[in-house]
Write a protein that binds this ligand. Structure first.
Ligand code: SAM
Length: 403
């Protein structure tokens, strides 16, 4: 691979913003990709993937290069040099890239790879928490799986098109996909491509949604005509899936504490041809109280550590903090305690997270069921989805019935 100076400089700029200015990686990449309109798909792919790679392996590469935060520009180039050597890319003769002892980099890599927190490039506290929560064997496998680059998975919008038809349509735009067994609406891209510029996307024929996430809406067992509340709807990934499962019939109320996210959801409903969604921002406890005892189905896709989705958000490894974990677990229990009141007798709710930690998952459900508010509820089934077993994101979901 021949390295182009302006693309490498864009990567260094991106790393500076992510590591030193603490900006979000996805936003930074969007910004940096706007530098030059002439860059083609391969150039853009190089910038995005190289930046994500170095973010993912920040701790390992920093240890190898013996550099510390905040990173000076020469030190960011040192991280980049480590990336080149470990990828087997020959280092160009640029003044920014000093002659590097390749053998030393490879030697340090072999040595550090014996220790999980360096090999998997994770903070000490997170490695300790993972091992304590999942046990040594499962955590070792899981964190390795969570460090792999995520594939691009689409969910067919069955309100508009059937999967086979969508597959053909995408093939016409040179996007080859394969169905995934056990995930009825999913298509996996054979090769990473930008799907957002396709006519099929603009026409609302699909959404990009990880395979594990596609299991959540069906777990709630919604039926057309029901009243369904999606209580932590965000920008609506699962709301749209619920709407298609309800065949656009019935009432789907999408709630979130952020109006801005619900606005994005509205735009997506229009593209998807979804007509049965009503959004309401939770700006007081009244919003929930009004819905007490009224919903056939409630989805609690709770805010969480996001540990199950670090394949696609590798910078969250560096943003997560123990204090945040404590706080978010409090929010999760509040959500179970208060939002479960919206379920009517005989109705069902799903509590889900994109985390693999039992503290955020099965323990929260157990604490709820053991509490006074939980007395009228019964656990029907729960599922831990580990990335190391499924090959997709880590998730948890529990189906709970009000008796
Ligand atoms: C895991 S995300 C939801 C993702 C979304 N369901 C989807 O499929 O795209 C959790 C959401 O919960 C929202 N949230 C955080 N605290 C909340 C609360 N107390 N009540 C309702 N929503 C909350 C966040 O704004 C965030 O959008």
């Amino acid at each position: 691979m021949r390295l182009h100076r302006n693309l490498v400089f864009a990567v260094i700029d991106a790393l500076n913003l992510i590591f030193n200015e603490k900006e979000y990686a996805d936003k930074v990449i969007e910004k940096v990709l706007r530098y030059d309109k002439r860059w083609g798909a391969r150039d853009r792919g190089f910038i995005a993937e190289t930046t994500y790679d170095i973010v993912r392996w920040k701790r390992l590469y920093s240890e190898i290069a013996e550099v510390r935060e905040p990173y000076s520009r020469p030190n960011l180039f040192r991280l980049f040099t480590v990336w080149c050597v470990l990828k087997g890319i020959s280092i160009p003769d640029w003044k920014q890239l000093e002659t590097t002892p390749e053998r030393r980099i490879k030697g340090r890599f072999d040595e550090l790879s014996k220790i999980r927190k360096f090999r998997e490039s994770i903070p000490d506290w997170l490695d300790e928490l993972g091992e304590k929560s999942l046990g040594n064997d499962l955590w070792t496998k899981e964190i390795a799986a969570l460090n792999k680059q995520a594939e691009v998975i689409l969910r067919t919008n069955t309100l508009k098109i059937q999967k086979a038809q969508l597959q053909e349509l995408l093939a016409d735009s040179e996007i080859e996909t394969i169905p995934i067994e056990g995930y009825p609406d999913a298509l996996k891209l054979k090769e990473r491509k930008n799907v957002f510029t396709t006519e099929a996307f603009k026409n609302g024929f699909f959404e990009v949604q990880d395979a594990s996430s596609q299991l959540v809406a069906p777990f709630l067992e919604v039926k057309p005509g029901q009243r369904v509340v999606d209580a932590c709807a965000g920008a609506g990934g699962k709301t749209l899936h619920l709407a298609s499962q309800m065949q656009n019939k019935g009432q789907l109320i999408a709630l979130d504490i952020y109006e801005s996210k619900l606005k994005k959801l509205k735009i997506r409903t229009r593209r998807n041809g979804v007509h049965n969604v009503e959004t309401r921002a939770i700006d007081s406890t009244k919003v929930i109280k009004k819905l007490h005892g009224s919903a056939d189905r409630v989805l609690l896709d709770a805010p969480c550590s996001g540990l199950g989705v670090i394949r696609r958000n590798p910078d969250s490894k560096w943003k997560l903090e123990p204090e945040f974990m404590e706080r978010i677990m409090g929010v999760q229990q509040d959500i179970l305690q208060n939002y479960s009141k919206m379920v009517k007798k005989g109705g069902q709710m799903v509590y889900a997270t994109c985390s693999v930690l039992p503290q955020e998952n099965t323990n929260q459900v157990k604490a709820f069921l053991d509490s006074e508010n939980g007395l009228e509820f019964k656990l029907i089934k729960e599922q831990n989805i580990y990335s190391s077993e499924s090959g997709y994101d880590g998730f948890y979901m529990a189906l709970i019935k009000k008796i």
